[in-house]
Write a protein that binds this ligand. Structure first.
Ligand code: DAH
Length: 359
């Protein structure tokens, strides 16, 4: 075999071997190594070229063309393989980095309403559903709304019993009027009835008034700030029977069971007759336990028929209209429903307690 034939054969073999190696490359790094091995300065093709020097000069251009053709073929094959591997690498990366957009995100801790607020909302909603309109009044009140209009005149012993916080400096000058933090939500009765009449309406009027109240009192069972819900209705011929029916429905709905109720005669200046309302003990089913002090009954609220003087103070004719009213302590009802042993838990804001009551 002549030198040129041998070189040609060598070139053909090299091309075949290189193309095979290229097509077997599994990634871009391997392909780069192969490019260096075949086409690099010290690569296989350079090695073959060394033999060209041995050929007679007239044959050199022929073999030169062959070498260029092989170089061209290898370069083309490399390019093709390179883009193929690049596409493959990208596909693999996309696969590896794939995000499941349907996975739920990690959520942070979610807060919850304070148990007293939950109780207020729950109680208010029960009355809303019965058709009572929600009303609110100011927490800083005057003596007229908190006492006088509710048939508690100055010097009345009930004023002393209310442990009132008076607010200094809120009104000054000639018409300075003593202001106070309302001691109960009953003043909203006065405000709501007045507003209602001013708007030109006539009874029936049915209102639920939730809110904060204040008394200068602090011990295991008293907090200087607590919450009440006031409920009242004024219409023709409203009777104690209506009061009792509304109470029974409300308390059974709130405690999520049929509760027994009992009205005990009592005294409130703004109602006549007045009654304290007990429910059959929710802890012992009236058998008698520590919570109900063996009596089987637990006192939950104060109530009565709105005193004619109260209706008169807003200009409602008590010979035509009558009404019932009651006021309840929200903390007390939440404690009874949730089995919370100590009032102070509501105000200490221990997160362990709040989390437990959160849902
Ligand atoms: N206002 C009273 C209190 O805070 C509760 C109360 C008793 C409200 C009888 C009423 C009622 O409407 O009729 O002690």
């Amino acid at each position: 075999m002549s030198d040129i034939e041998a070189l040609n054969e060598q070139l053909a073999g090299l091309q075949e071997e290189a193309l095979k190696a290229f097509s077997g490359a599994t990634d871009l790094a391997v392909l780069e190594q192969l490019r260096v091995a075949y086409l690099g300065k010290k690569g296989a093709l350079t090695e073959v070229l060394k033999g060209v020097g041995k050929l007679p000069p007239e044959q050199r251009p022929v073999i030169g063309q062959q070498v260029n053709a092989v170089k061209q073929a290898l370069a083309t094959a490399l390019d093709a393989m390179e883009s193929e591997l690049a596409v493959k690498a990208k596909a693999e990366r996309i696969e590896a980095e794939r995000l499941d957009v349907t996975l739920p995100g990690r959520s942070g801790p979610v807060g919850a309403l304070h148990p007293v607020q939950q109780g207020l909302d729950e109680i208010t909603a029960i009355f809303s559903q019965m058709g009572f309109a929600v009303a609110e009044g100011p927490e800083i009140e005057n003596e007229f709304h908190n006492f006088d209009a509710l048939n508690i005149p100055p010097e009345h012993p009930a004023r002393a019993m209310h442990d009132t916080f008076f607010v200094k400096g809120l009104s000054s000058g000639e018409n300075a009027e003593p202001m106070l933090l309302r001691t109960h939500t009953s003043p909203v009765q006065i405000r709501a009835m007045r507003r209602f009449l001013e708007e030109g309406h006539e009874p029936p009027l049915a209102v639920v008034a939730p809110g904060r109240v204040y008394r200068c009192d602090y011990d295991v069972t008293h907090s200087p700030m607590f919450h009440q819900v006031e409920v009242f209705k004024v219409d023709h011929d409203v009777s104690m029977a209506h009061l009792k029916g509304v109470l029974k429905h409300f308390l059974s709905t709130y405690f999520e069971r049929e509760v027994d109720i009992r009205l005990r005669p009592h005294y409130f200046p703004f109602t006549e007759p007045s009654a304290e309302v007990d429910i059959g003990c929710v802890f012992c089913a009236r058998k008698g336990c520590r919570i109900c002090k063996g009596s089987g009954w637990i006192e939950v609220l104060g109530s009565g028929m709105i005193h004619p003087n109260v209706l008169r103070s807003v200009g409602i004719d008590s010979s035509i209209f009558s009404g019932f009213a009651f006021g309840l302590g929200v903390e007390r009802l939440v404690m009874l429903k949730q089995g919370i042993p100590d009032l102070r838990l509501f105000f200490e804001n221990d997160v362990r307690f709040l989390r437990r009551m959160g849902s």
